[in-house]
Design a protein around this ligand. Structure first.
Ligand SMILES: [Ca+2]
Length: 274
């Protein structure tokens, strides 16, 4: 196993201070997955992101509350908590649990979510993700314009419905929404030549002033052009990830009292060149 050079770059406001401590930190590969490529055994060349790139490797033992807002509220029929959304061993771990006792008492599941405090617009998102193998959960990576409650709710989705996983295959759901606009949804969802829960892969969203492109391990999977479609991405948004379940569409709930784990190795945003 070779060593790789990982670099950590926080959002612009945080980066200078962080860079002193964390930049060009040489780390052994964590469980063979530290800065690897699409598969757990693959390797990438050393990453040295430019100063304007947002990058999070989740190498710390805590999540930086100035970068991430970890959910502790109810959403999508679940109670979120930092207890189920935490950094450990170089990964962001997000857990969902259909807890029998908790559900009997509160009629909600135990879920998790977090979102950036910073907003973004045009550029390329990439994330190395491994969703849960337990059927009946939704694991997401998406953009959302909350606009402090007054946003357009422009939203670009990568959503894994784990019910589609198995036998070396799976699907990924891509969608674009905005309040008062006609949504776009992949239906049927985009088939993958692998089970997404079996290994890490790099999922990407390229957002431009005219279109959206979704990629997997660098391969183009789907393009959405704003014209003549219903939604145009014009508003700054936050990045959000969550894990939740319902019967409709997602095929939940998952088997009771089993922790359904969604792992995120790293997340990067490269702004579009001006
Ligand atoms: Ca990592």
């Amino acid at each position: 196993m070779t060593n790789e050079v990982c670099t950590f770059a926080a959002p612009l406001a945080k980066r200078t201070a962080r860079a002193v401590v964390m930049s060009l930190v040489t780390l052994p590969l964590l469980m063979g997955l530290g800065c690897g490529g699409s598969g757990s055994n693959a390797t990438n060349p050393p990453i040295t992101p430019p100063a304007n790139v947002f990058r999070e490797d989740f190498n710390g033992t805590t999540l930086d509350s100035s970068v991430w807002q970890v959910a502790a509220w109810a959403e999508h029929g679940g109670q979120t908590s930092p207890e189920r959304c935490y950094a450990k061993d170089g990964f962001l771990t997000m857990e969902f649990k259909n807890d029998s006792a908790y559900y009997a008492a509160h009629q909600v599941y135990l879920s998790s979510a977090l979102q950036t405090r910073e907003t973004f617009l045009y550029g390329r998102w990439e994330a190395r993700l491994k969703p849960s193998s337990v059927s009946g959960v939704l694991n997401s990576f998406y953009t959302i314009d909350w606009g402090n409650g007054n946003g357009t709710k422009q939203e670009i989705d990568i959503e894994f419905l784990t019910k589609s996983f198995g036998s070396g295959a799976g699907e990924v759901h891509y969608a674009v929404h905005a309040e008062g606009k006609t949504s776009f949804n992949t239906n049927p969802d985009v088939p993958l030549a692998f089970d997404p829960s079996a290994d890490f892969h790099i999922y990407g969203i390229e957002i431009t002033p005219t279109e959206i492109k979704w990629t997997v391990d660098g391969a183009l999977m789907k393009t959405y052009t704003y014209s003549p479609s219903g939604v145009t991405i014009t508003a700054p948004y936050q990045l959000k990830l969550n894990a939740w379940s319902q019967t409709n569409w997602i095929g939940g709930p998952p088997v009771a009292n089993t922790v359904c784990t969604y792992l995120i190795d790293w997340i990067q945003f490269t702004p579009r060149a001006q």
